[in-house]
Design a protein. Structure first.
Length: 370
């Protein structure tokens, strides 16, 4: 049986977010297992040493290929000559291509060199298409993904809901559910006195649905005026959200903190996390919140039930601020019982540990390589 020695990881657009965190955890864990990683990305030199183990070989592609949406699918054509030389020099029999982003380059190279290729799907692609602003681009991406995935040798997806979506449009035997390699360890921080904080962590954009949080909070503060809403994250909708707060006359109760490298103290100090996303893959934010014993109110976006469980999770529609406000009040009034359920959920967090999930990734890569 072939034993995997090399993994060529493609991640052309290196940007902050949950997918990047999972990539970093995966390649560093592979390095510890003595598997040679070739990472193709547009990361700058200063960040290389900060994020990655020194043995990981990084092949840098041009920053101009750090593109989003439709153009991402056609990136790196002009970098392909460098990559073709790389593939010629890597032993073929014991290597596999692992693409963390969906675009045309890995498919072309895998077919050109006869390499096995696995794609990692990190979102509910049906949900992403449904809520997109530009429907033409969204549907074109949707059909391109279907094309790429069907030409691949395997697909790893990170939540039950996203697997259900893929199984409707891809041959079922190709898709494998493996949760994110995200947690380094289960946190056992001592309990601290909570502040009157309602917390939101995520990119400020339509997908994360912060307007509903702000609407619900404005209703909640009519009865609980001493609470603060803490919004952690940056993104294109920041000015829109600030103006929305002014319109509702609650700007003084809302704090925009921007991106924070390690928001642990906010998780520990807050009363509840609100997470009404329209769609997701597997939300690392919910994993962090539970790890720090913070109750969560979430939409039923992809991955939420995998983390919070159907039995103990607190869920809300993504478009009903009055319902969400009532749920926030419910958590505040029943904090002791809600916290007991958080501890029950936390017992299942070992499903998201880096080492265990990386082992599952590698086992699947090994199966595909056969």
């Amino acid at each position: 049986m072939k034993k995997i020695k090399n993994i060529i990881v493609l991640y052309p657009s290196f940007e902050r977010g949950g997918a990047t965190a999972n990539l970093i955890n995966f390649v560093n864990a592979c390095d510890k297992k003595k598997i040679k990683i070739y990472l193709i990305t547009n990361i700058n030199k200063n960040d290389q040493k900060f994020f990655f183990n020194k043995n990981i070989e990084i092949i840098k592609i041009d920053d101009k290929f750090n593109l989003n949406s439709l153009r991402r699918f056609f990136t790196s054509f002009f970098s392909s000559f460098k990559l073709i030389q790389l593939f010629k020099n890597i032993e073929n029999k014991n290597s596999i291509i692992f693409s963390f982003q969906s675009h045309i380059l890995p498919i072309l190279i895998s077919k050109l060199f006869g390499r096995k290729i696995i794609f990692r799907n990190s979102e509910d692609i049906i949900g992403a298409t449904k809520y997109a602003d530009n429907k033409f681009t969204a549907y074109l991406i949707f059909f391109l993904k279907i094309l790429f995935y069907n030409f691949s040798d395997g697909i790893i997806t990170n939540s039950s809901k996203s697997k259900e979506s893929l199984d409707k449009i891809i041959m079922k035997k190709k898709t494998k559910l493996i949760f994110n390699p995200y947690l380094k360890k289960i946190d056992n921080s001592k309990k601290i006195k909570k502040k009157k904080y309602i917390l939101s962590v995520g990119r400020l954009c339509k997908q994360k649905n912060q307007k509903i949080i702000i609407k619900a909070f404005s209703i909640f503060t009519q009865k609980y005026p001493n609470y603060k809403l803490i919004l952690i994250g940056h993104g294109p909708d920041k000015k829109i959200l600030i103006n929305f707060c002014k319109k509702l006359n609650i700007k003084r109760n809302i704090i925009f903190k921007g991106w924070i490298k390690n928001p642990k103290n906010y998780y520990l100090n807050s009363k509840v996390l609100i997470f009404p996303s329209l769609y997701e893959g597997l939300p690392n934010t919910l994993i962090d919140a539970i790890n720090y014993n913070l109750p969560c109110i979430s939409s039923r976006c992809s991955g939420a039930e995998d983390i919070l469980t159907k039995k103990f999770g607190i869920f809300t529609p993504h478009d009903d601020p009055k319902f969400l406000a009532k749920k926030i009040e419910f958590v505040i009034k029943n904090y002791r019982n809600v916290n007991l359920n958080v501890l029950r959920i936390k017992k299942k967090l070992n499903r998201f540990l880096i080492q265990s999930q990386t082992s599952k990734y590698l086992s699947y890569c090994q199966d595909v390589l056969k």
